[in-house]
Write a new protein. Sequence first.
Lengths: 320, 362
Amino acid sequence: MEQILQSKRKLKFHGTGASLFGIMFVNMLLTVITLGIYAAWAHVANRKYFYQETELEGTRFEYHAKGIEVFIGYLKAFGVIVVFYIAMAGIGFLSGGNTTVIITAAIILYLALFALIPVAIHGSLKYEMAKSSWRGIYFGYRGDLQTLVIEFLKGILLTIVTFTLYSSWFTVNIRKYIIGNLKFGSISFSYEGDGSKLFFINLKGFFLTLVTFGIYFFWYIAEVQRYHTNNTKAFQNGREIQFKSDVTGGDVFGNSIVNMLLIIFTLGIAFPWVICREVNFMYLHLSFEGDFRADELQQTERNFNDATGDGLANILDIGI
Amino acid sequence: MTQMNAKYYDGQSSIQYDAIVTFTSVYWDISYTDPSDGRLHQTKWKLEHIRNQKVSSSLHVFKHGDFPPQTLEFSQPQIMQLLRQQYPQRPFTETIHDKVLSKGFKGIAVLLACTVGIVLLFYFWILPFMAEKAAQNVPKDMEIALGEKLFEGMRQDLDIDTAASGTINAFAKNINFHTHYKVQIWVVKDSTVNAFAIPGGTIVVYTGIIQEMNDYTELSALLAHETAHVQYRHSMRSLCKSLAGSMFISLAFGDVSGITSTIIQNGNLLNNLSYSRSLEEEADHKGIEILRNNQIDLKGFVNLFNTLQKQHEEHETLGFMSTHPLTKHRLQYATLAYQQQKQTLPHPDLETLWDTLKQQSK
């Protein structure tokens, strides 16, 4: 007879501030010597450390990105931005002061810039997921670029028109699409948040933060985190695995204060230790409940080597 | 023949097999039992296709094949030593990163010293050299156009004395400044005791300094100094060096935070000030040569410096910070040149124009 276990699993972090400091310091030196070229390899080394020091069910995660792929991605992304600026400058020149031409061109270019963000997110996710694995099974992102761009542009326009009121629904829609298209081998994911519920959380957070001169902010952050996490699920062979977050405002408050003091009193040198504290904090409050069978993952995802999206995301300062 | 235990993943599913790996000269022989049916499986890994992915000193991961690869995980730290013994020809290499970190503090210290050394080398020698080359290669018409734009920008704030400007240009026409540039001088009504040159040939002289000077030799010295700045493209060189310096620093450090960028800006400024000092000295030397060639009395330079010295409160310690070298040194150089001057001629035309100018500048 099979025993179905409802167990609570957590990620475990083995990283230390000292080793991270070593990695970041060497990264900085090598980047300076190579006048910035090494930055791509530094980025990979950094991420690799976090993957390798994260353990699930006794096995560490793995990161397979290559410095050279990321570097070429940066160059291509840089090329895109350059073409962009040339187009903007070119239109400026050719318009010769004709205001209607300038305004229509500006609108088109701003739309194009907004469209670049989902392009960056899509490309970045495809690359990063294809370079992540656990026990030899790779992650993947199966989203479609066109769909994401359209969702994004729709969302941005509606947000502008409603003076940001629409933003809660926008957030939920994008999360739903992205998470719904993530794969971990044969495991799929879903996000089941609701725009109106998030809207009330945001509204409550906004007013209570004002009224308490900012103190409520930590409780707001915790509530949003719990909402997003508790509405995320994983599916393995028809079985549900629920993501759970038990983080409280008090937890966030305590953690943030300590981290801030550490940074201030060490003039920033404690940064690697603070990052490790942050990761430990995240893993402490995140758990997976359900019948997760570690042996039953199948290899289903494909390889993907183009890091252009990654480069774009970095240049546009979008974090994944 | 040597063996070791490992965890094996076949790249098709996440099942963790307990495997025994045998290291032969051509292959890694892997055998594992499938827990579901108890059967023994075997597979071979060709040496050429094995990739090393060190996780930590206690965990070594190896991959075999293209996407999706198979995985072997060794948790015994002796694995690397065993591999080195077994396959002396085939180093299972680590990244540059690991190599540096594995040397511990010594490795990082060496790397730090190298980085600092290279940065200093660049900043103090290679960069100035490149900036100089760049400045020299800026085409003359570009430089003149730049100067015109700069002057256009300044012009609104300057109270120009057109009559005096006419006189001073007539004065300048009587001296051979040995310059390829078309020199255009403007007199500005301002009590500041100073004059400066803009790239391309424009020179601005304040009425303040005209008031302090006593005869045509001093004005000749001043104009000779300023035209030397123009001829030898000092403003262009200064600009290039300053640009190159700040660009290099921000490039090397990537994203520069607010605090660091302010420090960097001021640091770069200090470096620029000393560059200006050497340029000022060059302008002195060339200016003195011009006066010598025109056979104008070099006492003009000596008197000019004495005038300037009266103006500036001299602080020995702040010498490093000032844009002009200590007037004492310049004075010594000028005095020596004056004493060694062989032949001078009278210049009545310059004298009359000087008198007119002095009148107009009141």
